[in-house]
Write a protein that binds this ligand. Structure first.
Ligand code: FEO
Length: 395
C-alpha cells in the first residue's frame, strides 16, 4: 500500500517486521527493518528503488494496484545491492525497455547479479539531472563508498526530498514511516548501530560527502533513506549526527569485552569495571561477554567508547574462538582514536594477553602497556593491578 511522503511522492516499500538478520547473519535485527522504495507521480511517473527479492512479487502486485506499470516513465536505481534491486527483474519482465537511471558502477552490479538482460541503463554522474514535469527535476549525487562503489542519492527539487538510499538509514521498522512517529530512543540507537556496523569503515568518505552535499546548498525538507524512518522532522539532525560520527566519534565511555572458561577472566573484567567506576565516576562503564551478547550491539558500544579492555583466557596456546571472531570483526570496522588494554588468565602457557594486544593494535587501537595476565584464578594482588590499567586507559 502506498503512503504519501509529500505532495505527489509516495512510499511503496516493504516493512519487514519478521527480519532477524541482515547481510547474511552479519547484522542483527531486533526491531524489524524496511526496504523503502518511492513513487513520484508528476508529469512523469518515476520509481525510486525496489525491495529485497523475497518480497518482489508482493512489491510488483502492490504497484499494479496503484498504477498501470506501463505508465512508469523511468526507474532510478540508487544502489544495486539486492535489498534494493531484488524486485527489478520481476518488474522489468513487465516493462522491458523502461530506462533505469543509475551510476556506471551500478550497471556493473546489476548486470553482475542479474545478467546482461539488455536493460535500458542511463548512466548518471553527480550533478546530472532529469525533468519529471511540473517544474520539478531529479538531481543525482554519487555516494561512492556510502557504502558501496555504486551507491547514489537522488534529490527532488521543489519538494526538496533527498532520497539518500542506505545513508541515514536504520534497520528499524516504523509502520508510521516518519521519524517524528518513531520511538526516539530506538531511532537514535538503531541509527547509531547502523552507522557503526555498516558505515564506520567508510567514515572518511562520509565526512567528504557531507561537506559536498552541504556545499551544493540544496534545501532539504525530507531525507528519505532506503531503510527505516523517513526524516521529515528536522531532517538535518541525522546529517549533523553523521558529521559527528564520521570524525573519530567518542563519548566518555569504557567498554569491557571478554569471554571466560572458568570465571577467572570474568572476575578480572568486573574488577576493571568497578575500579573504573571508582576512579572515573563520570565515565560510563559497560561490560559484555562477547559469547553471549550480540556482536553488533557491542560494537555500537565500542563506537561510543574512548577506551576498551578485551579479555580472554589462554586455551590451546591461543584465545577463545568467541574473542577471536569478535576481534576479527572489530578490525573490519576501522575504529580510530581509541585506547585499548588486554587481560586474561591462564593455566600454563599464557599467550592470550600478548595475542590480544597484537590483535587490538592491528585493529587500529592504541594499546596501553598495562595488562592483567594471571595464572589460575586471579588473586587480590593481581586484581589490584586494575588500578594501573585504568589509569593508563582513561587518564
Ligand atoms: Fe540497503 Fe547497501 O543495501
Amino acid at each position: 500500500m502506498k503512503t504519501t511522503v509529500k505532495n505527489n511522492v509516495s512510499w511503496v516499500g516493504y516493512i519487514d517486521w519478521e527480519l532477524e538478520t541482515f547481510h547474511g547473519d552479519e547484522y542483527s535485527i531486533f526491531n524489524g527493518s524496511s526496504q523503502n522504495a518511492y513513487l513520484i507521480q508528476e508529469g512523469k511517473t518515476v520509481l525510486i528503488d525496489t525491495v529485497w527479492a523475497p518480497h518482489r512479487t508482493e512489491y510488483v502486485e502492490n504497484l499494479k494496484r496503484e498504477i498501470d506499470l506501463k505508465d512508469i516513465d523511468f526507474i532510478v536505481a540508487n544502489h544495486g545491492e539486492v535489498d534494493h534491486s531484488g524486485a527489478l527483474s520481476e518488474l522489468m519482465k513487465e516493462i522491458p525497455g523502461t530506462p533505469i537511471y543509475c551510476t556506471a558502477n551500478a550497471v556493473k552490479s546489476l548486470e553482475g547479479q542479474y545478467g546482461k538482460n539488455g536493460w535500458n541503463f542511463k548512466v548518471v554522474k553527480t550533478g546530472d539531472s532529469v525533468d519529471v514535469g511540473n517544474g520539478k527535476k531529479l538531481i543525482f549525487v554519487e555516494m561512492m563508498m556510502l557504502h558501496w562503489p555504486d551507491s547514489m542519492a537522488t534529490y527532488l527539487t521543489e519538494d526538496n526530498i533527498l532520497f539518500s538510499n542506505d545513508a541515514f538509514g536504520q534497520h528499524y521498522a516504523v509502520e508510521e514511516l516518519f521519524n517524528d512517529k518513531a520511538d526516539q530512543c530506538l531511532l537514535e540507537k538503531e541509527a547509531m548501530k547502523y552507522y557503526t556496523n555498516i558505515l564506520n569503515p567508510f567514515s572518511p568518505f562520509v565526512s567528504k560527502k557531507i561537506k559536498e552535499i552541504v556545499a551544493l546548498g540544496l534545501p532539504i525538507d525530507i531525507i528519505a533513506p532506503s531503510h527505516g524512518a523517513i526524516w521529515r522532522d528536522n531532517p538535518m539532525q541525522i546529517v549533523e549526527k553523521y558529521a559527528q560520527w564520521a570524525e573519530e566519534y567518542q563519548e566518555d565511555q569504557l567498554t569491557i569485552v571478554y569471554d571466560t572458561m572458568w570465571e577467572g577472566t570474568a572476575k578480572i573484567a568486573h574488577r576493571i569495571a568497578s575500579t573504573a567506576r571508582e576512579a572515573f565516576p563520570d565515565t560510563v562503564v559497560k561490560v559484555f561477554n562477547c559469547a553471549k551478547t550480540n556482536k553488533n550491539e557491542i560494537m555500537t558500544e565500542v563506537f561510543k567508547s574512548r577506551a576498551i579492555a578485551v579479555g580472554s583466557p589462554t586455551v590451546g596456546n591461543d584465545i577463545l574462538t568467541s574473542v577471536a571472531g569478535w576481534t576479527h570483526f572489530l578490525k573490519s570496522l576501522k575504529f580510530k582514536n581509541k585506547k585499548a588494554a588486554a587481560f586474561g588468565c591462564y593455566g600454563w602457557s599464557g599467550e592470550s594477553v600478548k595475542l590480544l594486544q597484537e590483535k587490538l593494535s592491528d585493529a587500529g587501537f592504541s594499546v596501553v602497556d598495562a595488562s592483567i595476565r594471571t595464572q589460575w584464578n586471579p588473586d587480590e594482588e593481581a586484581l589490584a593491578t586494575a588500578g594501573v590499567l585504568i589509569e593508563e586507559l582513561l587518564k
